[in-house]
Design a protein around this ligand. Sequence first.
Ligand code: NAD
Length: 433
Amino acid sequence: MLNVQPLVQQQRTFFYTGQTKDVSYRMTALRQLRQGIENYHQRILDALRADLNKSEAEAYGSEIRIVMGEIDFALEHLEQWAAPRQVPTAAALPDAVSTIYPEPYGVALIIAPWNYPFQLAFGPLVGAIAAGNCAVLKPSELTPAVSKLTYDLIHELFPEEYIAVVEGEVEASTALLKEKFDYIFFTGSTGVGRIVMRAAAEHLTPVTLELGGKSPSIVHHDADLKIAAQRLVRGKFLNAGQTCVAPDYLLVHKDVRSQLLELIQAEIKDKQGDDVLQNPDFPHIVNTRNFDRLSALMEGEEVLIGGRSVRDQLLIEPTLLGGIDWDSRIMQEEIFGPILPVIEYDDLNPLLDEIVSRPKPLALYLFTQDEQLQEQVLNTVSFGGGCINDTLSHMTSHYLPFGGVGESGMGSYHGQQSFEVFSHLKSVMKRNA
Ligand code: NAD
């Protein structure tokens, strides 16, 4: 088995030199990372094309731009985030001064998935560096071109004792998880999240788990249907539906169902062309195993839109399925592909009860003008984060912590929260002697 113990030890020794605690050291590292990404720009685009057939526009917009935005935001605010924070002290101790010192945990492990293989490895890394940690990055083996470039880029920029990449399959993760890290940041499936948390428990290592699940989208009868169709199509079919926060299924009021479906069909044509299977820029399913899993979910179901696929190209066209109820097979697992099951409703209340009785979703999207309904849904359903009258956009804000709740994860990041998540807040009270 891969022996990563010397690497982790090397990083711990380096961490104790204190160099990474210096804010200017972290800023230099972030600037180097920014420059490195710029130098690798074309290679990143090529790798995302090779691994998932992402177009340059999609690869840039949903991966590189997001990481660059995180770096720039951190560079702009890091001195303020890292500074000791003085807070009030109880009147009973008039001579005391209370201060919170954000300090890095030490050596962090970041495990990334394959669906946004660049963004979801480098995004958390920005937080780890900003907070002053050393880090080991484990990219997904299912996107080998991005995994290799992650190794090359990091290897070129940083000594292994500071930031290192360990490539490999499950064995590599398993070997890493045996070691004692000071923080583990995992993005991936709920099932593997449980394995990670179990391993972390051995060393009492704190974890962030960015997991998945079934994210509902709801279109009420008073919604602007054109906008709903546009934003659902964008959110659902970006990366061919292989997005953790993609709308997993659609609940639509019966009065607007047929009109919404027409608009969705027109929007798919407008954005993806008359025949998506001939569109050279539509991402493919990551591998045959997932292709076959998705095909099985479609089997025997009523096709409302799309439904065709080409196995040897791993392509599935945007597909909407009807005749679905909560017991349908496709409603039992996260879909993670370009298939949107549709359930119509007359009264939303029993559907909200059903959502609440299931694992807490990572995201929820509600299309309605009705503010009372917006309030009701926000008050009734617990979910990681989401949008009203949009999809996905909440995850692009530096000011909205991004993460799941319950089975869709724990902890959050983005913007300042990426700094906080990799920092321990050390509280100190100082009194006169
Ligand atoms: P995955 O859990 O299979 O793999 C994620 C990482 O864990 C990979 O690096 C993989 O090598 C490693 N891994 C796999 N099996 C392991 C094991 N037994 N022990 C230790 N490590 C193991 O997830 P995936 O298929 O790469 O990604 C898809 C899932 O990730 C979906 O559920 C999706 O919703 C979720 N996801 C969540 C977010 C988020 O931000 N919340 C983002 C992207 C993806």
